[in-house]
Design a protein around this ligand. Structure first.
Ligand code: AMP
Length: 181
């Protein structure tokens, strides 16, 4: 919904990993981490991400979904974008209690067929990995005054509307700062 409304490119690193040719070395490597709920190593993930971004040289903007998940990835993204004379506008963190996350993943397992959704131990590992490796990314963007937190509990319609409002405000701010150059 957001990409349609604001004409953005959507890049989910998880989707990119799952769409690789399953027989390829890279797919087998990524799956060996993803199926256990561990992060794919930074060097591999950053390379994949940069390749995806480079496919859209004329994008108005990009929604990075599930990336960056470590401060190393965030630093690499800053460097990559600054080489293209652009930068991250904002990080939007959807805040959801752990119990609700677990309930959602167990329900999603019914339709996703993902090994990492179906198993409570793997779900717990994903949550722990988030706390240890990904939560610091919010601090990284907070220090740059770029962190927005949104209550992530609600229907898809409510989330789409809350996110759309924030992206709309950001677009106005960006247009305003360009106009004042
Ligand atoms: P997701 O679809 O975002 O839930 O990601 C599924 C799995 O793909 C994760 O548990 C990781 O194994 C891998 N993955 C996706 N994005 C990243 C990332 N930015 N860094 C490292 N691993 C990732």
């Amino acid at each position: 919904r957001l990409k349609e409304k604001y004409d953005l490119v959507h890049i989910s690193t998880g989707d990119v990993f799952r769409a690789l040719d399953p027989k390829s070395e890279l797919a087998v490597l990524a799956k060996s981490y993803a199926d256990k709920g561990n992060l794919v190593p930074d060097n591999v993930t950053i390379q994949i991400l940069e390749g995806e971004v480079s496919k859209h040289p004329n994008a108005l903007g990009v929604i990075y979904d599930g990336f960056p998940r470590t401060t190393g990835q965030a630093e690499a993204l800053d460097k990559f974008l600054s080489s293209k004379e652009t930068a991250v506008t904002t990080m939007i963190s959807l805040v959801v209690p752990e119990d609700e996350l677990k309930t959602r993943l167990i329900a999603r397992a019914e339709v996703s067929g993902r090994a990492d959704d179906a198993n409570p131990e793997i779900i717990q590992n994903r949550i722990n990995t988030y706390k240890n490796s990904t939560a610091p990314v919010a601090e990284f963007y907070k220090a740059q005054d770029k962190l927005i937190e949104i209550d992530g509990v609600g229907s898809i319609e409510e989330m789409a509307s809350a996110l759309s409002d924030r992206i709309g405000e950001l677009s106005i701010e960006i247009a305003g700062s360009l106009a004042s150059l």
